[in-house]
Design a protein around this ligand. Structure first.
Ligand SMILES: [Zn+2]
Length: 627
């Protein structure tokens, strides 16, 4: 239930993949139609699009007629909201088409100009309708209530209006809002400073690997070389990178402290007592969800330590060090799937989701919702877009005949089903869904794919590969992201208590957290002293506020729902449809509760940790059998 125009972004959930070199020279015109998405259901020709553009533009301008009239009577209130959402729905369709055709070939300037046109129109929409929120806030609560009683058709917009009123206590008068908005120009500076320093001006360490290769350790080079098989090399790469950050810890730290003070400035002025409360309140998520995540993960650290010991065993090292974490457990086994095989596999994989779900996935394959082939000029990576409310969602992917191609489409298909069912079951005004629930539907499909493949593959190597990559995913997404979430919270607490916060202090705080998570004292994994400076390498802390924890909660909820669906069958699926069909008919926490899990309880964590232990049992069984 995000406000106004800002929520367009939610429909584009993008996961980035490595740029592939496969079929690099394939031209779009040489791809058979059945492997390309069908845009023509939105507009037959660009002329039709231009005609619609004109009529939407006129519709936007007409919206200004409601300025000053929303609070007059129930009828004008209804007509204002009705027109607002009708125009927005048409605009989404217009912009969906422009973005889809432009992503087909980013070199095509006439298609790019459609995107530019639609972006301009979007800005215009935002400007013209900027009166609505403050005007709705000015109507007294009693009067709003009376409007809803008198005009039954208003029901559709109840969530939209009540969400604006919910934040009334944290909304300032228009002059104060203007001051806060202009402060944004100054408070964006720390992020810019970090970006320029880290990517361009920071002197990087230079090392010579055992192969004789000399490497300059930029952030990108570090990510690549920390995985090398030679142990002394990866130790050298990690130590040199983080010791280099140590030289600048107080510069980077002072900059980060500035960003956190800016966050607090906004929170305080909006009458929140902490930044955590203010950040989570946008989606009405209680701060206790965040605190519960941290305490539950702490309780379950012994399971992470079990994984680390298993990792040491599989890598054949006596004592695991932090620099060993990125070395893959098992080498890739090179599964091959063409598109047809991939589709068949996905249809089998989603069977636990029930007949309606399976039939819709089949429809997505048959009715050309997906653009598969990597072609010259096409956008890289993959996404799902559900912006064309009255039509169907689209998936863009770049298929390369490997396992990642299948799991990417399975992931995006989850988003597409979420959009499809929400669009079909909700009025437009409550059809979008917030980030906090978005990654649940997608990640469930990835989990089901992994389960299915583990049962299906024949060799131990294949099984170990699947199980091992799954555990690595849990380690990096659940445990590592929560350790980041905890670090972020600690820094904010210092600032909010008025305590000093230097880079050196940040390193101490970070080092303590990482040592606890990785079991430094129990010997699960040695966290060498230079790891204290790792925080300075992670751009999320400066670029986001209380965002990364959602990577962790999404995977935990998805794993738990998948376990319930596998165990309980259709009744669990039926409940899960509360999320799939729910859009933003309720707040994310309530939707998750209706789907069968209380985010404030330990249930999701217990199911996820049990699953993790089960996977480790399976791996140990195979390893012991081999001996
Ligand atoms: Zn996703």
């Amino acid at each position: 239930m995000k406000q106004l125009f800002n929520f367009l972004i939610i429909f584009l959930v993008i996961i980035m993949m490595a740029v592939n070199t496969y079929s690099q020279n394939l031209e779009r015109k040489d791809v058979p139609d059945k492997l390309k998405w069908d845009n023509s259901i939105l507009y037959k020709t660009v002329d039709d699009w231009q005609k619609d553009y004109k009529s939407i533009e006129a519709g936007i301008n007409k919206l200004s007629e409601f300025k000053g009239k929303l609070g007059v009577n129930p009828e004008t209130f209804y007509r204002g909201l009705r027109s607002y959402f009708d125009v927005l729905q048409s605009f989404y369709k217009l912009s969906d088409y422009a973005n889809r055709v432009s992503d087909e070939d980013l070199r095509n300037s006439s298609n790019q100009s459609l995107t530019q046109q639609s972006n301009t129109l979007g800005t215009q929409f935002g400007e013209v309708t900027s009166f609505m929120r403050p005007e709705i806030l000015e109507i007294s609560a009693d009067k709003v209530k009376q409007f809803f009683e008198e005009k039954k058709e208003l029901k559709e917009f109840k969530n939209f209006v009540s969400d604006i009123l919910r934040l009334k206590a944290h909304t300032l008068n228009s002059q104060e809002e203007q001051i806060l908005a202009s402060a944004g120009l100054i408070t964006a500076t720390p992020s810019d400073v970090y970006g320029i320093f880290d990517n361009a001006e920071k002197p990087n360490a230079k090392v010579k690997l055992s192969t004789g290769e000399e490497v300059v350790l930029s952030s990108a080079a570090y990510t690549k070389y920390r995985t090398v098989p030679n142990r002394a090399d990866r130790e050298l790469v990690m130590r040199s990178t983080f010791e280099n950050y140590k030289n600048f810890q107080n510069t980077i730290g002072s900059n980060l402290a500035g960003k956190i003070r800016a966050d607090y400035f906004f929170a305080k002025n909006r009458k929140y007592s902490t930044v955590l409360e203010s950040s989570l309140d946008a989606n009405n998520i209680p701060a206790s969800v965040y605190e519960n995540l941290i305490s539950q993960i702490h309780k379950n650290l012994p399971t992470l330590h079990r994984f680390l010991k298993l990792k040491a065993k599989m890598l054949g090292v006596d004592q695991l060090h932090y620099y060993d974490l990125y070395t893959p457990l098992v080498k890739s086994v090179g599964f091959k799937f063409n598109i047809e095989e991939g589709q068949k596999l996905i249809l089998d994989v989603v069977k636990p989701m029930g007949a309606e779900y399976c039939a819709t996935v089949k429809k997505a394959f048959d009715e050309r919702w997906i653009d598969y082939m990597p072609t010259v000029g096409k956008r890289s990576g993959a996404y799902s877009s559900g912006a064309a409310y009255a039509y169907h969602p689209y998936i863009l992917t770049n298929w390369t005949d490997d396992y990642e191609s299948v799991s990417t489409v399975a992931h995006e298909m989850g988003h597409t089903m979420h959009s499809y069912f929400s669009n079909k079951n909700q009025p437009f005004a409550t059809s979008d869904y917030p980030i906090f629930v978005a990654e649940i539907a997608s990640t469930i499909n990835e989990t089901l794919l992994n389960n299915y493949m583990v049962n299906k593959v024949k060799t131990d190597e294949e099984k170990l590969y699947l199980l091992g990559s799954y555990l690595d995913l849990l380690r990096t997404t659940i445990f590592r992201q929560t350790s980041f979430a905890e670090f972020e919270l600690e820094l904010h607490k210092r600032i909010e208590k008025g305590e000093p916060l230097t880079g050196e202090l940040m390193s101490t705080i970070y080092y303590d957290i990482v040592k606890t998570y990785y079991g430094n004292d129990s010997g699960a994994c040695v966290v060498d002293p230079y790891i204290a400076y790792e925080w300075a390498y992670i751009p999320h802390f400066i670029n986001y506020t209380y965002y990364v924890y959602q990577y962790s909660t999404s995977l935990i909820y998805a794993t738990a729902f998948a376990e319930k669906i596998v165990k309980e069958g259709q009744p669990a699926v039926d409940k899960f449809y509360n999320i799939l069909k729910g859009g933003s008919s309720d707040y994310p926490i309530e939707l998750i509760k209706k789907a069968g899990i209380d985010p404030l309880s330990s249930e999701a964590f217990d199911l996820t940790i049990a699953k993790m232990n089960k996977v480790m049992d399976q791996m140990e069984e195979i390893i012991n059998k081999k001996k």
